[in-house]
Design a protein around this ligand. Structure first.
Ligand code: NAD
Ligand code: DAU
Length: 337
């Protein structure tokens, strides 16, 4: 199927999920050339893709809000896979402004370029646009769930989804949207839950758990996310939305206790800290449509094994995260977290 797309533009390809996707494409579809457009914010690291051959991957440092640059790059591409975003809920609560700019204005800028040049657009979004579920609710999110975002981050992602849907209907451009649950794996910024706790233990800092720790996230390995995005890009129905999830529901306290145990620490050796304002209680994805219509299913179904590998990765790649640890923890400490 990849004969369709020889030159793809990947926005945010130096971030966590975007860089894992670029590795996936180079590994599985070496005939495809990838241009990465990334602003290299605090969350973007060119090291994440530096090992990939320059014949397959080109990095352009720039902003998705830059109309001229985006127009030029989109005009030379067969498809755009849009990962670039401000992605962290806690940051969006402190300062929502870059979230509105990048997530809403940036998506608008890309859509307009795709409209001008008739280029296929895949929009990478989140399950958080659907709000949250109660802990005792048997329901899971589906493509029909109503939009009910709670945080500044998720509201800007919801706004970007709406733009994509409107551009598809009004201008007939070829778009698909995917809404995925919480990813884990290598190259995730240490502000996020799992790498924060792993690197805390490695630094001799007590892990930090928000609220009562019973909030549930639906974990998926980032490689399973990448395979799903590729499947949707190449086989998905234009105009459609697909939910991506791997049946990985777990409470935060269970995940934290597992990290501590695997790392040889007592499972209660952590601090309870101030809860996140508006903290979503539970996310859960029903990915039946993606499985039924496109034949995708997750490969990394053993969360404990995936978590142990992720712990090993952060243990072996101290040089990748150590420089940002102090600043990340200082910021959290100033928020009481
Ligand atoms: P991340 O924060 O690790 O990476 C974001 C990347 O985008 C960085 O490389 C950053 O430099 C780049 N970027 C930010 N603003 C930019 C701009 N204005 N112009 C160009 N580049 C810019 O994020 P992530 O966790 O990898 O998430 C990637 C995408 O996947 C986001 O759209 C996010 O909403 C979505 N998503 C994330 C998860 C998750 O669990 N992390 C789950 C579902 C969906
Ligand atoms: O569901 C998909 C979303 O998953 C993505 O759209 C977001 O980009 C991504 O950041 C993630 O959002 P969360 O807010 O769920 O992820 P985070 O890693 O920030 O937190 C996971 C859970 O852990 C959440 O319930 C808050 C809690 N937490 C987080 C941190 C950083 C803690 O208890 N302690 C912490 O130190």
């Amino acid at each position: 199927m990849s004969e369709q797309y020889r030159h793809i533009l990947v926005t945010g390809g130096c971030g966590f999920i975007g860089s894992n996707f670029v590795h996936y494409v180079v590994r599985e579809h070496p005939e495809v050339h990838v241009t990465v457009l990334d602003k290299l914010t605090y969350a973007g690291n060119p090291e994440n893709i530096a090992s990939l051959p320059s014949s397959s991957v080109e990095l352009v440092v720039g902003d998705i809000c830059d109309v001229k640059l985006v127009d030029e790059l989109v005009s030379g591409s067969d498809a755009v896979v849009h990962y670039a975003a401000e992605s962290h809920n806690d940051n969006s609560i402190c300062d929502p402004s870059p979230f509105v700019l990048t997530n809403v204005q940036g998506t608008f800028c890309l859509l307009e370029a795709c409209r001008r040049h008739g280029v296929r657009f895949h929009h990478v979004s989140t399950d958080e646009v659907y709000g949250d579920l109660a802990l005792d609710d048997p329901a899971r999110f589906t493509e029909e769930s109503p939009y009910r975002p709670s945080s500044p981050y998720s509201s800007t992602k919801a706004a970007s989804d709406m733009l994509v849907r409107a551009w598809a209907r009004t201008y007939d451009i070829l778009v698909t949207i995917s809404n995925c649950s919480n990813n884990y794996g290598p190259y995730q910024h240490i502000e996020k839950f799992i790498p924060r706790q792993i690197t805390n233990v490695l630094c001799g800092i007590r892990p930090k758990l928000y609220g009562d720790g019973r909030n549930v996230r639906d974990w998926i390995h980032t490689d399973d996310h990448s395979r799903a995005v590729w499947k949707i890009l190449t086989c998905g129905q234009a105009g459609e939305t697909y939910l991506i999830g791997a049946d990985g529901e777990r409470s935060n306290i269970d995940v934290l206790r597992e990290i501590l145990t695997v790392m040889g620490r007592p499972e209660d050796e952590f601090d309870w800290v101030r809860d996140r304002p508006g903290h979503d209680r539970r996310y859960a994805i029903d990915s039946a449509k993606l499985r039924r219509e496109l034949g995708w299913k997750p490969i990394y179904t053993d969360f404990s094994q995936g978590l142990a590998r992720t712990i090993a990765w952060y243990s072996e790649h101290g040089q990748w995260w150590r420089d940002s640890k102090d600043a990340t923890e200082k910021k959290y400490a100033s928020q009481g977290q």
